[in-house]
Each structure stands twice: as structure tokens, then as C-alpha cells.
Design a protein around this ligand. Structure first.
Ligand SMILES: [Zn+2]
Length: 880
């Protein structure tokens, strides 16, 4: 049951809990028509709370209450109040034992919060507020308790029964039923509770920790997926070792378990000792998963594992502090991925996501600080700002302190707060105390929303040999926040001389031995820096490694960008210079006549990139990707998407046509030989080959077509097979496209994860993904409205990636999305609220589009019985 009038919850209203729970004893009786949950809590008044006569208030959602027992005596109905979303017991002693019995219906739970069924198995998702859908409980992260969980179910249907911690007892029951009891010795908030019951196969391995303890590693999957576990298991072991070496963190339980579940709202969940994963984020084999999927799986397995310390051992005091665990853990997993592969490529990927999607969020109606001050529905705050910008904020602390001091800070943080529920302030305080640095002004990164803008200007005094750089910062207004204060920004830079050599950065005259790269610290609205001993006008390399999540505005000439593309020693800025140049060229074509000349120097720069086998091929593979339409939209005001699409397409086609010979040579040069490997070199090789193929097919090249068809049929891995399929789908070869799609489906129809890729390659294609095609996909027998992955792979891919079709000037794309959001709002409001995002950006677009987007939003707003999740997003985006 949801309250009809969504309430806003404020950080400033935070109060410590009136009651603490020391232990939770759970007994689950699982049946086909429902589940009975017996929960016994050992409760005591919180000595820190001033509210000595407060009633006991437990949260609940969609529960049928059967009985309440206090210290062994069953309460009569007048002794408590069942408000649906709360169970209130007015008079309780200082310390007591409370048993609550509830009945729930997991088989009818389509929201996928709490306990539900997926492909015949029972599983849970309790973060953020799912535990209240299982039983009445103080559902807030600062109530930490020790859990003991007994699960009872039919042995044949559910041979595997799992929960957090260690299994301490098991046995047979009457009527073909059995039970297992689990005990978790570590106190935890209820959002980390997990339960799984199903017919699953087990894959085992072991890990020996730095102190010599052997940990039992187990993966549980459906029998058909038994061969897809190796990569996740290897990733887990690498993560465990890395966390010991880099952060000094050892695993604490005797068992670590991972379960793969098909129907899951999120990517994965870090429940203590029992991580539950969306199948698409954990299962992989060479034949069914792309390189990108392999890398994503490694990163997500690491992320969830790292939470065991940053999230579980030290958790959040309240949900406003979500970035305490998410920002820090995303930073940790990105460090890990950088160490496992190419650091420059990893940085490029992270920044691409940040600049495209997080900057858009920061500039839109849902903009919020890394530590929000209010929310209606916490599920709406699992955002790129909390995760990605939160990780950038931690990265900046790392940059300001340096790796050694940062490690001291993280050690102090874990030591000081082990077993506690704390705040982002506590995290920053530990960093300050360990390093002696003052991060007072830095804390504004947690409090102020919006992406800072740095306007950079420069001048050169040839007579004195002085180069002067002026940096002015401003932070745009965001909903509820104006007149923001300057933030503390680490700004890494270098200067390049005429010959492309890096120059020493002398901030005072007459001083020698200065470094070639510096991190300037910006704290004021305006700073001017003078560099001495500069013999000719340098080319600045600004914000190296993207040292802060800001927008840099500087009047680069195309000449300078070309120079940086080939000379900047910072790989990230080399890539970025290429992106800026391509953006400049594409933007100059938006709305221009068809015969406008396309910058010949861009063609030559790309020719050099494709042909030069001595360059770092992983970086080249990234540099060849033109800026996405989404990024181009993010950079524009009053965006006209079809015009942007046409301009970008024209550049792509022009490049492909001019470089046809080089593309064919590049394809041949990177032909695979030898066994499939997941190394940065092999990944780069496949990426380059598939980029070459995609470009050739974009201009309907016959040679490319022959190559694509044979690659599609002969590939020994999904990266190449998918590369060929995508190229054919986006080409004008209509007969080949249909043939390729049909063959592919025939081959993989029994594998849901591959079918999801098959859906999304069509939904995201401007050739195969017109609205009528999308409607056909929704009617396809493999499509399932109850499965979030399928919804994302069709509806999400269409609205998020097939931008020209979604922004059809007739408004049909918007109406379509509004229909699907309304449809999903009843069954799965979390997914509905995420799906609506593209419409919420309506102010970004030219009037012809924005007016229609707005009216689609208004239609959603007017739906009766709108969920709190969708209500919040839609109302905020329509607010003035
Ligand atoms: Zn996380």
C-alpha cells in the first residue's frame, strides 16, 4: 500500500532512532501461494534518544499482519495499531522481545522489492526500503542488528536455501519440506538482508586471504548457466586480492556467495555474504558476452565485493548519505578496473558517462547535491550524481591528498567507524584528520548541486617570457539553490612548447627544476597564475585526466586541438582534444546547407589515427569514436535532435568515404588470430576492426558487406558477432539486415541475455528501430513486461539511444514512452520512474519538441493512482 499524498523527507529532520534492535530471529515458511514470516526482535530503548516515552513504530508495506506477541504474551487488537505502512505499539518496556507474524505473497510481487519470485526461485531486494515488504521493522540503515534466519521450503522445488552469514543448521521436515538456518555474526542494517530459495547449481572455488584464512566461494545459477560462471569467479578473486593490497581490507566471513537472478531492478546488490546479481551483470561466456559485458561484469563483481567494507562494515546513517557508500565504492571499483586494464581507457569511459549523462542530470529538473537535502522516494536517488559524481568527489580528495595520505585516511575511516552507520562528513573528517589538510571548503562538493563552469583565458608576454592563465569559476543555479559559493577544485595542467615538448611550470621567476605537470588548487571565484621562463606562446593542456567534474571553456583553435591530439603526453587530453575538434566540426554543420565543406584536417587526423600502427591501439580505438548524439545534445541549447543526427551522420559518412582504403587495411590488420583473450590489446583490436566495419557499412560498401556477413557467421566470440550484426542492422542492406537478425535469433533464442542484446541492437538503430518496429518488438514472444532487462533493452534503448526516432517531430516517440511509463507504473514503479527520464529533459530542446514532451509528461502526471516514484520525477520536471 502506498500513501496517496507523497511526502517530502528532509535531512534536517533526522533524529536518532528511539529504539534499537540487537538481534533479529527470522523464520520463513515458503509456499507456492505465499509465505509466512515469523520475526522476533530483541528491542531496547536507544540511550541516545531523548524521546523516553516514544511509541514503538515499525515500517511495513503490503503486509498481512497475523499476530503480535510482546515478551511471550500475544497482544490484543487494541494494544497495537496496524496502519498498513506502520505498526505502532504504544506502550512498551525499556527492553523487550517482540514477535510479529506476517503473510506475504511473493508470487504476486511485480515491484521486485522485498521477497519475490523470479524464474521459479524466491529472492529478495531490500535496498533501500524493501525489507518493510517482508515484515514490520524499523527500516532505516542506522538500526543495525545481528540476523539469524531459518528458511523452510519444499525440498524438490527449492533444494538450495540461502541467507547471509554461515549456515549453522539444516534438516528435514514433514511433507517433503526441509530447512536451513543461517547466522550472520556482523550487525547489519536490514537493507543488507537477503534470502534465496531455488533449484540452482553450485560452482565452488576458494580464496586464501592475506592472513591465511580459506574462504569458500560459491556461485549459484540455474543449471543452463553453469558454464557461464568462470569470469565472475575470477573477477571475484582478483577483487579480493586487490582490496587487500590497495586498501588493506580482508574478507571477514567464511563463505562468500553470488546468486544470478533474471528479474532484477538493479545491476547487483551487496547483501552481506550473499550478493545477488542481475544475470546480465554476472553471467558470461566467449560465445554469449561481448568484451564490454566482460569488463562490466568484472567491475560490478568488484564493486559489490568492495561494499563489504565500504557500505557493510561501515554503512550509511540515513539515505541522504547514500554516496558515502556508493561514491567511495565506485571510485574504488574504477581504480580496480584501471589497474586491471588500461587506465587511460577506463578514465575516458568514466568521463564519457559523466559528461553525457551526469552533467545532463546536474543541469536538469532532478539536479541534486551528492548529499541531497530532501527526497520523496529514495529509489529515485540511485542516480549518476550519487554514484558517478560522488566517485569524482572522492577522486578529487585522492588527488589533493596524494595516494599515501589518502590510504592513511581510508584506514582511519574504516578503523574509526567499523560497525557504525555514519555520514559523508565523517568520511571527509577522517581524510582531514589523517592528512592534516583542511577540507572545509571542499565539503561544498557534497552540498551544492550543479556542474561548475571554468572560464579559462590566457595571454602571453613575449618580452618577459611570462604566460598568464586566468580561471574564473561559476556554478549554475539548480532547483532550490542559487548564488553558490566557489568550490575547492583541483585543476591539473601542463603546457606544451612549439615543438610539442612539455614545458616546466615555473610559478615564480628564477626558479628551476619545476615539474612538467601541476595540480593548481582553485578556491576563489577568479585566479590568475603566471608561468615564467616560457620562451614562446605555449598550448595549454587543461584539466588533465579530468581532474575535476567541471566544464572547461577556453577558446581553442582547431590548430591547437590538432596539435594536442598528436602531442599531449596525457592520453586523456589527447582523446579529449579529438572529441572537442569533432564536436566543433559537427556543431558547425548543424542546420548548415548539405554541401557545406567538412573540415579536411579532421579527415587527415583520423587518417593518421587509423593508419599509425605504432600508436596505443586501445587509445586509438577510443579516439575513433565520434562524440555521441547524447553528448552533442548535452552541449547544446534548444537542441534540434534530427538536425544534430544529420550533421553527425554526415561527418561519419564523409570520414568513411574518404578513408575507405585505410578502413579496409585496418580491418585486415586487426583480423583475429589465436584464441580469444580479454586483454586490453585484444579488446582494442576487436574494437578497431568492428569500428572499421561499422563505418564501411554506413556507406553501404560492398567489400564491407562481404566482410560483415562472413564475420557474422564465422565469429568465435560475441564481440565480433555482435559487431557484424550491428553493422548490418545499421546499414542500408535491407535484405541482409533481416537475414542477419533472423539467423541470430534462431541461434540464440534460448539465451535470455543474448536475446536482450538482440532486442537492443534493433531498438537503438535508426534503420531498424522506427516506432512501428519497436511496437513489433513489444509483441515478440521473447518480450516480457515483468522482466526489467527486456523493458530496458527495448523501451530504454529506443528512448535513450535511438534519439532521432525518439525525437520524431510528430511527437509519436514521446507519446509512446508516456504510454509505457503509465503501463509500468502499476506493476513496477521503480522501473517506470527510471524510464521517464528522457522526457524530463524537455527544457533542453527546441520548442517544437519541448512542447510535445511537456504534454506527454502532463498526461503521465494526470494518470490516476500514480506511484510516489513517478509522481516525484514528473512533478519536479514540470515545476517552474
Ligand atoms: Zn553500490
Amino acid at each position: 500500500m502506498r500513501t496517496s499524498q507523497p511526502q517530502t523527507i528532509y535531512l534536517s529532520d533526522y533524529k536518532v532512532p528511539a529504539y534499537l534492535v540487537d538481534t533479529v530471529d527470522l523464520r520463513f515458511e515458503l509456499f507456492e501461494d505465499g509465505a509466512r514470516v515469523h520475526s522476533t526482535l530483541e528491542v531496547r530503548r536507544n540511550p541516545e534518544s531523548g524521546e523516553v516515552s516514544a511509541p514503538l513504530e515499525l515500517d511495513g508495506d503490503s503486509l498481512t499482519l497475523e499476530s503480535v506477541t510482546l515478551d511471550g504474551a500475544e497482544l490484543a487488537e487494541g494494544d497495537y495499531e496496524d496502519r498498513g505502512d506502520q505498526l505502532v505499539v504504544r506502550s512498551v518496556p525499556e527492553q523487550f522481545s517482540l514477535t510479529v507474524v506476517t503473510w506475504i505473497e511473493p508470487q504476486n510481487n511485480t515491484r521486485l522489492e522485498g521477497l519475490y519470485k523470479s524464474s521459479g526461485m524466491f529472492c529478495t531486494q531490500c535496498e533501500a526500503e524493501g525489507f518493510r515488504c517482508i515484515t514490520f521493522f524499523p527500516d532505516r540503515p542506522d538500526v543495525m542488528a545481528r540476523f539469524r534466519t531459518r528458511i523452510e521450503a519444499n525440498r524438490d522445488a527449492y533444494p538450495v536455501l540461502l541467507s547471509n552469514g554461515n549456515d549453522v543448521e539444516k534438516g528435514e521436515l514433514e511433507n517433503g519440506r526441509h530447512f536451513v538456518t543461517w547466522e550472520d555474526p556482523f550487525p547489519k542494517p536490514c537493507y543488507l538482508f537477503a534470502l534465496v530459495a531455488g533449484d540452482l547449481v553450485e560452482k565452488r572455488d576458494t580464496f586464501s586471504t592475506c592472513s591465511g584464512r580459506d574462504i569458500d566461494l560459491r556461485m549459484y545459477v540455474e543449471p543452463r548457466n553453469a558454464e557461464k560462471c568462470d569470469h565472475a569467479m575470477d573477477s571475484l578473486k582478483r577483487s579480493m586480492r586487490w582490496d587487500e593490497e590497495v586498501y588493506g581490507r580482508e574478507y571477514d566471513l567464511d563463505i562468500f556467495m553470488i546468486v544470478a537472478v533474471d528479474d532484477f531492478n538493479m545491476g547487483a546488490m551487496e547483501n552481506k555474504g550473499l550478493n545477488i546479481f542481475n544475470s546480465s551483470c554476472v553471467l558470461a561466456s566467449q560465445e554469449t558476452a561481448t568484451d564490454m559485458a566482460f569488463q562490466r561484469i568484472e567491475a560490478i563483481v568488484a564493486h559489490e565485493y568492495f561494499h563489504n567494507w565500504s557500505g557493510n562494515r561501515v554503512t550509511c546513517r540515513d539515505w541522504f548519505q547514500l554516496s558515502l557508500k556508493e561514491g567511495f565504492t565506485v571510485f574504488r571499483d574504477s581504480q580496480f578496473s584501471a589497474d586491471m586494464g588500461s587506465p587511460t581507457v577506463k578514465r575516458i569511459e568514466d568521463v564519457t558517462l559523466l559528461r553525457t549523462a551526469q552533467f545532463a542530470e546536474d543541469g536538469g529538473p532532478m539536479a541534486h547535491p551528492v548529499r541531497p537535502a530532501s527526497y520523496m522516494e529514495i529509489s529515485n536517488f540511485y542516480t549518476l550524481t550519487i554514484y558517478e559524481k560522488g566517485a569524482e568527489v572522492v577522486r578529487m580528495i585522492h588527488t589533493l591528498l596524494g595516494p599515501d595520505m589518502f590510504r592513511k585516511g581510508s584506514d582511519l575511516y574504516f578503523e574509526r567507524h567499523d560497525g557504525q552507520a555514519v555520514t559523508t562528513d565523517d568520511f571527509v573528517k577522517a581524510m582531514e584528520d589523517a592528512s592534516g589538510r583542511d577540507l572545509g571548503q571542499f565539503r561544498l562538493w557534497y552540498e551544492q548541486a550543479g556542474t561548475p563552469v571554468l572560464n579559462v583565458s590566457d595571454d602571453y608576454d613575449a618580452g618577459k617570457g611570462v604566460y598568464r592563465l586566468t580561471i574564473e569559476q561559476s556554478i549554475p543555479d539548480t532547483p532550490g539553490q542559487t548564488n553558490k559559493k566557489p568550490q575547492h577544485i583541483p585543476f591539473a595542467l601542463g603546457l606544451l612548447g612549439k615543438d610539442g615538448q612539455p614545458l616546466a611550470l615555473q610559478l615564480e621567476s628564477g626558479y628551476s627544476g619545476a615539474p612538467m605537470e601541476r595540480v593548481l588548487e582553485l578556491t576563489e571565484a577568479v585566479h590568475t597564475f603566471e608561468f615564467h621562463g616560457v620562451e614562446s606562446r605555449p598550448v595549454p593542456s587543461l584539466l588533465r585526466h579530468f581532474s575535476a567534474p567541471v566544464r572547461v571553456r577556453y577558446n581553442w583553435t582547431r590548430e591547437q586541438l590538432l596539435f594536442l591530439m598528436s602531442h599531449d603526453p596525457d592520453g586523456f587530453n589527447r582523446w579529449d582534444a579529438g572529441q572537442r575538434l569533432a564536436v566543433d566540426v559537427i556543431q558547425s554543420l548543424v542546420g548548415a546547407p548539405d554541401d557545406t565543406e567538412i573540415e579536411p584536417r579532421l579527415v587527415e587526423a583520423y587518417r593518421k589515427l587509423i593508419s599509425d600502427a605504432d600508436l596505443d591501439q586501445a587509445l586509438v580505438a577510443k579516439m575513433l569514436q565520434l562524440p555521441s548524439e547524447a553528448y552533442l545534445i548535452e552541449l547544446s541549447e534548444n537542441a534540434d535532435v534530427p538536425a544534430i543526427h544529420r550533421a553527425r551522420d554526415a561527418v561519419l559518412r564523409h570520414l568513411a568515404g574518404a578513408l575507405k582504403g585505410e578502413l579496409l587495411a585496418c580491418y585486415q590488420r586487426h583480423q583475429g588470430s589465436g584464441p580469444y583473450e580479454i586483454t586490453p590489446e585484444a579488446i582494442a583490436r576487436r574494437s578497431l576492426r568492428n569500428t572499421a566495419l561499422a563505418w564501411l557499412l554506413l556507406i553501404n560498401d560492398e567489400d564491407g558487406r562481404t566482410l560483415a556477413v562472413s564475420q557474422l557467421n564465422d565469429a568465435d566470440n560475441m564481440t565480433d558477432r555482435m559487431g557484424a550484426l550491428r553493422a548490418l542492422v545499421n546499414s542500408g542492406f535491407e535484405a541482409d539486415r533481416q537475414q542477419a537478425l533472423d539467423d541470430f535469433y534462431d541461434r540464440f533464442q534460448d539465451d535470455p541475455q543474448v536475446v536482450e542484446q538482440w532486442f537492443s541492437v534493433q531498438a537503438a538503430s535508426d534503420q531498424a528501430g522506427q516506432l512501428s518496429d519497436i511496437r513489433k518488438l513489444l509483441e515478440h514472444p521473447a518480450f516480457d513486461w515483468k522482466n526489467p532487462n527486456k523493458i530496458r533493452s527495448v523501451v530504454g534503448a529506443f528512448a535513450g539511444q535511438n534519439l532521432a526516432a525518439f525525437h520524431n517531430p510528430d511527437g509519436s516517440g514521446y507519446e509512446f514512452l508516456a504510454d509505457q511509463v503509465c503501463r509500468l507504473d502499476d506493476s513496477n514503479p521503480q522501473i517506470a520512474a527510471r524510464l521517464v527520464t528522457p522526457l524530463t529533459r524537455w527544457r533542453k530542446f527546441a520548442f517544437a519538441y519541448s512542447a510535445q514532451m511537456k504534454s506527454a509528461l502532463e498526461r503521465i502526471r494526470d494518470k490516476s493512482g500514480l506511484s510516489r516514484d513517478v509522481y516525484e520525477v514528473v512533478h519536479k520536471s514540470l515545476a517552474e
